[in-house]
Ligand binder design. Structure first.
Ligand SMILES: [Zn+2]
Length: 100
């Protein structure tokens, strides 16, 4: 193992042999690892990809539909409570009505 290089093992595709693992050839950045294989940058990459995944998910038709349905339900509940309010105002309890 070359200690002047990153200590991570990477899989490399070799024609006719398939994948084989070998030491990463990039120079050390921190703690014996290159910038790509250091846990810190791995974590940052994962976070970035998680955010991208999340943003992508929000653009999916099924997600937009789900959001729209949620909004419709909220609006329906608002309408219902407004209707109840109107009913109450038009016909408050305890007030007698007389036919004209
Ligand atoms: Zn590396």
């Amino acid at each position: 193992m070359d200690t002047s290089k990153c200590s991570a093992l990477v899989a490399k595709f070799v024609k006719y042999y398939g994948y084989h693992r070998h030491q990463c050839c990039l120079p050390i950045w921190k703690d014996g690892k290159c910038k790509i294989h250091h846990p810190e940058s791995k974590k940052a990459r994962e976070e970035k990809s998680r955010i991208r995944f999340e943003e992508n998910r929000k653009k999916q038709p099924w997600h937009l539909l789900m959001e729209a349905n949620k909004k419709i339900k909220e609006l329906e509940e608002t309408i219902l409570s407004l209707e109840e309010r109107i009913e109450y105002l038009e016909d408050p309890p305890g007030v007698d009505h007389y036919e004209e």
